[in-house]
Design a protein around this ligand. Structure first.
Ligand code: SF4
Length: 455
């Protein structure tokens, strides 16, 4: 079967596995008191990854599925920063460890560069009071090229940021018009020049395929411009059309969306283009240059996957700050309040704002580890896994192993005595492989639409 036929066959609705169990399984029975207990259980030798959600954006991109607040009123950050600082202090009070070590900090959004430079500095000063940032910590921020300023970039340098992630999506003006996100190639290039002059040398671009108005011709032009700008990493996401969750996506006319065959060709084009330019394929949808840390982590088998995509800091507990942020601490998930006003009120009063989460049992943890290994390494060693979890892999997962036959027949997966691993083509279908091991998905798939298409 050729690649296009395979992509058509396996293009079904399925989770992205940035968490396991996936969010539809989470429950509001998980409360702040559970998060408190998880924070208190952290040990001095354990490392942390901090995530800060800055929800504000000046304009609404019509493809957006993120938690964001659209406003041009920059004074709205004042109350938000008060809440963020208060939340950090509340978390600190619940930690048994003084000044825990932090190996990764990530500002996401929304648009983090909606903040004024001095506001970012204010947050950073509080981080330094509470946590000990390791010398080689990865300090990253997502930026919108159209709204960033030279002063903001200078502040990033001063504060020690070392990784910049730019939302590019597509450079074609017609696509940009349809998705309501205008940022010219020149604006993006100028911003990168400013950042490179300041000494930044680690860039990630986010691209999206399957957006309205995309054609093979315009997409090739976008890819050529991306190559010119030479980012170190690329995330090439499939546009998730979930209008039942993000009603703004109803602004797209059906005829503007690329049909499934074209969408698949767009991904294949990007895949071939980046590989031919010396990038390595990481997981399902990421690419990294040979010398990049993500590429090296792939060789060492230390890549992990979380809500920010693929990361090299596998061992860290994740503390999320800000409205709707997700934490993964002590093996359990906790999500902050999703309503901005309620978040600000509760956090400013010194409360943790957990509104839902998931406490994993032993079986969930075993399956989470398995799905993470498939999504990150595209392989699994039976003996190592059995030893780690004190199980016999083949007995524990006998039913799932029997369900892999179609993927094996289609040459997407190889299962031998010692391990299972995806073939080169199979790496495009890691979500489909993982889905076999996810009993919650198997139950849900017959219900209402919950997930986007896997391709
Ligand atoms: S900038 Fe990002 S978060 Fe804001 S509306 Fe656009 S896609 Fe959504």
């Amino acid at each position: 079967m050729n690649l296009i036929s395979l992509l058509k066959k396996y293009n079904v609705a399925g989770p992205r596995y940035t968490s396991y169990p996936t969010v539809p399984e989470w429950t509001e029975q998980v409360k702040s008191s559970d998060y408190q207990r998880a924070l208190a259980s952290l040990q001095a030798e354990e490392k942390l990854s901090l995530y800060f959600h800055i929800p504000f954006c000046e304009r609404l991109c019509h493809f957006c599925g993120c938690m964001r607040v659209i406003t041009e009123d920059h004074r709205r950050t004042e109350a938000y920063i008060r809440a963020l600082l208060a939340e950090m202090r509340t978390v600190q009070q619940n930690l048994a460890v003084k000044k825990p070590r932090v190996c990764q900090i990530h500002f996401g959004g929304g648009t983090p560069n909606f903040l004024k430079p001095e506001e970012l500095e204010q947050i950073f000063e509080e981080i330094k009071k509470i946590f000990c940032i390791e010398v080689d910590a990865e300090i990253a921020i997502e930026m919108h090229p159209r709204t960033s300023t030279v002063e903001f970039c200078q502040m990033l340098k001063k504060l020690g940021f070392n990784r910049i992630s730019l939302g590019v999506q597509d450079f074609d003006p017609r696509v940009q018009q349809l998705i309501h996100r205008n940022q010219t190639y020149e604006q993006t290039r100028e911003m990168i020049d400013v950042l490179r002059d300041l000494g930044f040398h680690s860039f990630n671009f986010d691209l999206i395929y399957g957006l309205p108005g995309q054609s093979l011709k315009t997409w090739r032009e976008t890819l050529a411009k991306v190559i010119e700008l030479s980012p170190d990493r690329l995330a090439v996401y499939s546009y998730a059309h979930v209008p039942w969750k993000s009603p703004v996506q109803r602004s797209f006319k059906d005829q503007d969306l690329p049909p499934p065959e074209l969408k698949i060709q767009l991904f294949e084009e990007a895949y071939q283009m980046f590989l031919s330019q010396g990038y390595r394929s990481i997981g399902m949808d990421h690419f990294a240059k040979e010398g990049d840390e993500l590429s090296q982590a792939l060789d060492r088998g230390t890549i992990h996957r979380n809500f920010m995509g693929y990361t090299t800091r596998a061992e860290a507990h994740q503390l999320g700050f800000g409205v709707s942020s997700i934490s993964y601490v002590g093996g359990h998930y906790f999500q902050n309040e999703k309503d901005l006003k309620s978040y600000e009120q509760q956090a400013t009063l010194g409360e943790l704002t957990t509104f839902r989460g998931y406490l994993l049992n032993q079986e969930d943890s075993i399956r989470r580890d398995l799905i993470t290994q498939i999504m990150c390494r595209a392989e699994l060693d039976f003996e190592k896994f059995s030893k780690k979890w004190k199980i016999s892999f083949k007995t524990y997962f006998s039913q799932e192993l029997n369900s892999l036959s179609e993927l094996i027949e289609d040459a997407l997966l190889i299962v031998d005595q010692d391990r299972l691993y995806a073939t080169t083509s199979g790496k495009l279908f890691l979500r489909n492989i993982a889905m076999i091991f996810d009993p919650y998905y198997q139950k849900q798939k017959l219900d209402r639409p919950t997930f986007s298409q896997t391709v």
